[in-house]
Write a protein that binds this ligand. Structure first.
Ligand SMILES: N[C@@H](CCC(=O)N[C@@H](CS)C(=O)NCC(=O)O)C(=O)O
Length: 222
């Protein structure tokens, strides 16, 4: 892939769920980029660091030559646009529309899960953060994964939501990480035939996900 010099600005890997999304996709498709790290949870210093990269004052931020793109979903869509050969969306327009709908649902929803089960990928905290609203979010996520796998998994030729790895997987990867950390009872929340668990295992065992967690440990001195 021929690209201008790329930089991806991201937050601490243990916590920055939004940063994981483009980082994972860029690693998965073998894109060379320079990683620029911002320290989160450092008050005004974090804000100043984020603002020095983008007017939105948040990470992740992609710098594509002179172009600056902020927001994880906007970055992923830009990558799909600029690098069609990376196949970040499937060719089938119906599968693509479905992928976009579930990615948008993820991007704009699941506030209870986000609030009460924050990403903490280097720890195991079974049972923490569970409540009725979080349970409802997780049940909906299980339905999303099961439906996508049922409709497109087989025909798409792979173990990911739409078959092959796509933006939809990058969008849900932080949720996989959260569910690994907090280990809710997936069967009780609707995963009766273990399809959601199988999908989680697929994502968790990606070499790129392992690399992210190892780097998170190193950043946290673990
Ligand atoms: N919708 C944005 C959200 C990004 C976001 O909230 N990033 C957090 C870190 S994970 C952040 O930059 N926090 C720093 C701050 O708010 O000062 C996206 O998807 O990129």
């Amino acid at each position: 892939m021929h690209t201008p010099p790329l930089q991806l600005v991201i937050g601490d890997k243990n916590w920055s769920s939004w940063s994981l999304r483009p980082w994972l996709a860029m690693k998965k498709v073998g894109l060379a980029f320079e990683e620029v790290d911002v320290t989160l949870r450092a008050g005004a210093e974090t804000k100043a660091q984020c603002l020095s990269h983008s007017p939105a004052g948040k990470v992740p931020v992609l710098k594509w030559g002179s172009e600056v793109v902020w927001d994880s979903l906007a970055i992923l869509e830009t990558l799909a646009d600029r690098l069609p050969e990376a196949n970040l969306w499937p060719d089938d327009p119906q599968a693509r529309a479905h992928g976009r709908a579930i990615s948008a649902e993820m991007h704009s929803g699941f506030t209870a899960l986000r609030r009460d089960m924050p990403m903490d990928c280097i720890h195991h905290r079974p049972g923490e953060g569970m409540n009725e609203a979080v349970g409802e979010d997780i049940s909906r996520i299980i339905s999303i994964w099961t439906e996508a796998r049922g409709r497109y998994g087989e025909t798409g030729g792979g173990p990911y939501l739409l078959g092959a790895f796509s933006i939809a997987d990058a969008m849900f990867a932080p949720v996989v990480s959260r569910l690994e950390t907090y280990a809710p009872d997936l069967a009780a929340l609707g995963d009766r035939d273990g399809q959601a668990k199988a999908y989680m295992d697929t994502v968790s065992s990606m070499p790129e996900m392992r690399e992210w967690v190892l780097a998170a440990r190193a950043q946290m001195g673990r």
